[in-house]
Each structure stands twice: as C-alpha cells, then as structure tokens.
Design a protein around this ligand. Structure first.
Ligand SMILES: [Fe+2]
Ligand SMILES: [Fe+2]
Length: 325
C-alpha cells in the first residue's frame, strides 16, 4: 500500500513540475520577466548564478588593470575620470552580486569561489596595462565590447539581472566614450603618443574579440540560454556586431587594427575578419595568461585585509537587530 501511495505522489510531483515548467517557458516566450519568487527550473537558476557571478567577478577584477594607472595619470582631469570609472566598475560588481543574492547565493560564497578559482572572470583582465594609452584602449575596446554584450541583456528574462544591466549599460557608455576621447586626444598629439596608441591597440584588439566567448559551434550552453531568454544573441553574432561598429571608429581615430584580413564584405553586409587564436583564449581562461596569478593574489589580499570590515559590519548589524527585537 505504502509503495503504491508513494509512487502516486511521485507521479503528482512530476506532473506539477511539468506544468510549472511549461508555464515558465510560456512566460518567457511571451517576453515576460521572471522574478525571484517565481518558480524556475534548477538549471535556469544554476545558469543564471554562473553567468551573473562570472560577470560580477569580471567587474571587480577589471578594476585592477586600470587601477594600476590611478597614481600615474598625467593630469588631475584624467585622474578624476579614471577614478570615477574604476569606482563605477566596483558598483557594477555590487549590483550583480545583489542580483545573485535574489537567486539564493550570497556574495561571500561567490567571492570565495572566485578566490579558490572555482569560478571564472573575463579573460581580458589577465592582460597587463603597460602604458597610459591602455586606459584609453580599454575604455574604447573593452568597455565597447562589454556594451555589445550587455545591451541585449537589458532584455534578459530574469528581472533583477535585466534591471541591473540597464543602469550598468548607461555607465559603460560613458566608459567607452572617455576611452575614445582619450585616444583621440593622444592621436592629435606627438608622434610618440600616436605610436603609443597604435601599440596599445595592437595588443588589445584580439583579446577584445575573445571577450564574446568561444565560437557558436564550441559553445554548448548557448542554445539553452537562448531558449530561456538569458542570452538574446549568440557569441558570434555579438562579436560581428562589435567589429562592424568598431572598424569605422578606428578609421576616425587613425589607428590600424592588427588584422590584414579585415575588410568589408558587400554580400554579407559585414566586415570579414581573420582567425582568432582560440588556443590563447583557452590558455588565458584556464589560468595561464600573463596576469592571472597576480590578479587573483591581489583580490585574495584585498579580501583578507577587508576581514575586519566584514566582522565589524556583522557585529553592528547583529547589535541593531538585537535592539530592534
Ligand atoms: Fe562595468
Ligand atoms: Fe566599464
């Protein structure tokens, strides 16, 4: 008797899960937002946590390459702009960690995973910033690539993520423009400054194209993410959009993009481009880029040095909760 009862209950649960999932997918297909208290499949939650955490980590680690130039910016104006930008990136990290908290995973857990190398961040931040022109190139290319990636995410199916993206994109747009303006200023300067910009663009162009992730035929999660409305475009589509947008800007700047195969294809209505070195991408994402060790060591040290702040904040919160009771 017990066995029969149990299997009937299992059948009912399975049936409920199927209808819940069908309703969930219907909502997504009708372009409705999923909110934290709505039912969602485990895989959807897991994919979102992984993607948002990776994004949050990238914002936080991304503060390091540019933070490197804060004390050596060539003027007070450039220092103020750079400081504002680096602070924005910290804010982006915080919005995104807050978005993962609505999915039941707290920031402390995710930070630990980052430090333990159990979660990744964007490969681009493992490249060094060797000259001040890199500040401009990062704004122009890296924040430019981030915008291409993130604008479609403002329509992501998960409400808190989509709303965080709206604000982040507005700030990324400022980042991209300040980078372009810095490079434009340098290109109007001395021959040495122009050479500095060109050398920087030569180093950052290909890693920027890798920011969109592996090609579609090597990206097994893309199809499901598109079905769930977590992603809106494939990696290759967004990469092409970025290239099409950036080539005319390079012409305005007067820099050469380091790809001899880059040319307009009238038939496709897009720029053709050369082969990306995916071995390099795999190496850098896997931990063997020029600055991986340094980036994580800096993050780990900052986390350790901040322990007293976390303890003090927890003690303060506990005291106030006690008083409120
Ligand atoms: Fe950002
Ligand atoms: Fe940015």
């Amino acid at each position: 008797m017990t066995t029969v009862g149990a299997s009937a209950a299992d059948g009912a649960t399975r049936h409920d899960a199927t209808s819940l999932e069908a309703r969930f997918q219907r909502n997504i297909d009708r372009d409705r937002r999923i909110e934290p208290r709505d039912w969602m499949p485990d895989g959807y939650r897991r994919t979102l946590v992984r993607q948002i955490a990776q994004h949050a980590h990238s914002e936080i680690i991304g503060m390091q390459p540019e933070g490197n130039w804060l004390t050596r910016a060539p003027s007070l104006r450039r220092k103020a702009i750079l400081l504002a930008k680096v602070q924005d990136e910290a804010g982006h990290g915080m919005y995104l960690y807050a978005a993962t908290e609505t999915l039941g995973v707290d920031r402390g857990t995710l930070t630990q995973k980052l430090i333990d190398r159990a979660q990744k961040y964007s490969s681009i931040f493992n490249y060094p910033t060797l000259t001040f022109a890199d500040v401009g190139t990062i704004g122009w290319l890296v924040d430019g690539a981030a915008i291409c990636n993130q604008v479609p995410l403002c329509r992501s199916s998960y409400g808190p993520y989509a709303r965080a993206m709206v604000r982040i994109c507005k700030e990324e747009s400022f980042h991209q423009r300040q980078g372009f303006e810095l490079l434009l200023t340098m290109m109007a300067g001395t021959a040495e400054q122009r050479a500095m910009v060109q050398e920087s663009v030569d180093r950052f162009w290909w890693p920027s194209l890798m920011m969109f992730g592996p090609p579609d035929d090597a990206s097994p999660n893309t199809a499901q993410s598109l079905r769930w409305g977590i992603k809106r475009d494939t990696n290759d589509e967004v990469r092409q959009k970025f290239i099409d947008m950036t080539v005319p800007q390079a012409e305005v700047l007067g820099v050469t993009l380091p790809d001899p195969e880059l040319r307009w294809n009238e038939r496709r209505g897009h720029y053709d481009f050369g082969a990306i070195d995916w071995d390099e991408f795999t190496r850098v994402v896997g931990g063997d880029g020029p600055c991986n060790t340094q980036r994580l060591a800096t993050r780990r040290r900052a986390h350790d040095e901040g322990a007293w702040v976390r303890e003090a904040a927890s003690a303060w919160a506990a005291k106030h909760a006690e008083r409120a009771r």
